[in-house]
Design a binder for this molecule. Structure first.
Ligand code: SF4
Ligand code: MG
Length: 321
């Protein structure tokens, strides 16, 4: 599969200021040097507990946030430092859909204006052509063109997420970063939205970075799965390899804690000790060593690097050295 996106050593550090003078007293390492690729027409699921850096990663890739370091090569161009007009151009190919469609849709705008906005702003369509495009987009996501003059509050949560998706499709993007897009929805509505996204991906050769803390959602939608912990990517593998044969102790613990049928039957539940350390003061060595049931001496001294342990199955853990 040829890659659409190549991320190398991506970092986001936020300064922490303190005292009366608000001097920088430290930094939060929200994302601490991660690398991965996403192919054309591929869905990479990013999973991990809240605060692990998934959303920050998604925001940097959609370039609504500037990275502190590293490269984001999209369609052959390094977009990590783009600004102004160049950034605007590339953004039409890179869209983001958020968890709460109600918060991301302007309540005072009819949905036709919401969906038309990116087309108007970019001077792509106006007048009758614009209405025609809006109708097409509504049909694409399973909504009725007749409803285009209604307002967001007149739709259900699932319908609102369809509106958010229609809007993200308006500029014909190549990659969509979807951040917890079904987390606020009932389970039955969740699978309708996931099925819609799978169908759109096939029809339009879309790629997704699909961010979720929910392993059954990740299993439904992903081609490959990446696991994040404390700003680091600790494992990345094809969906089957990940769900049948996760190698990283943190991935194994996540899987063991998931409800059936996401969990493999026969997998014993691994209970993790302690809390996730603060990203302002991450542990030396392996970021997971303070909670890992299999930690060895080297784990608190050296940070393990991501290596391919099985074909297309990467893991950062000293156990496999
Ligand atoms: Fe556990 Fe060590 Fe592997 Fe980290 S490197 S996950 S502490 S065994
Ligand atoms: Mg998040």
């Amino acid at each position: 599969m040829s890659s659409l996106l190549e991320v190398k050593d991506l970092k986001k550090y936020f300064p922490i200021s303190g005292g009366l003078l608000k001097r920088a007293v430290g930094q939060v390492k929200a994302v601490d040097g991660i690398s991965f690729e996403v192919g054309i027409g591929e869905t990479l699921g990013l999973v991990g507990e809240s605060g692990c850096g998934k959303s920050t990663t998604g925001r940097m890739i959609a370039r609504v946030m500037e990275p502190t370091g590293g490269n984001i090569k999209f369609d052959g161009i390094d977009i990590s430092k783009l600004k102004g007009k160049k950034l605007k151009e590339i953004r039409s190919n890179l869209q983001m859909v958020f968890q709460d469609p109600y918060a991301s849709l302007n309540p005072k705008m009819a949905i036709q204006s919401i969906i038309a906005e990116p087309l108007e702003v970019n001077g792509i369509a106006k007048g009758k052509e614009l209405i025609h495009r809006v109708n097409e987009l509504l049909e694409t996501v399973g909504l009725r063109p007749e409803d285009r003059q209604k307002y967001p509050h007149e739709f259900s949560g699932g319908q609102r997420q369809r509106i958010g998706i229609a809007r993200s499709l308006a500029l014909n993007p190549k990659l969509i970063v979807a951040d917890e897009v079904v987390s606020a929805l009932d389970v039955s509505v969740q699978s309708q939205i996931l099925n819609l996204m799978v169908e759109l991906k096939k029809k339009r050769q879309l790629s997704y970075i699909f961010i979720s803390h929910n392993l059954s959602v990740i299993r439904h939608i992903s081609d490959r799965v990446g696991v994040m912990y404390l700003g680091n990517l600790v494992e990345i593998a094809g969906k089957k390899d990940f769900f049948n044969n996760a190698l990283h102790p943190y991935s194994q613990a996540l899987l063991s804690a998931a409800p059936e049928p996401t969990r493999n039957s026969g997998r014993e539940r691994i209970l993790l000790q302690g809390e996730v350390p603060s990203p302002a003061n991450p542990p030396k060595g392996c970021p997971f060593h303070t909670r890992c049931p299999l930690a060895m001496k080297i784990c608190s001294q050296e940070k393990p690097i991501m290596k391919e342990r099985e074909p297309s199955h990467f893991v950062a853990c000293h156990l496999y050295n």
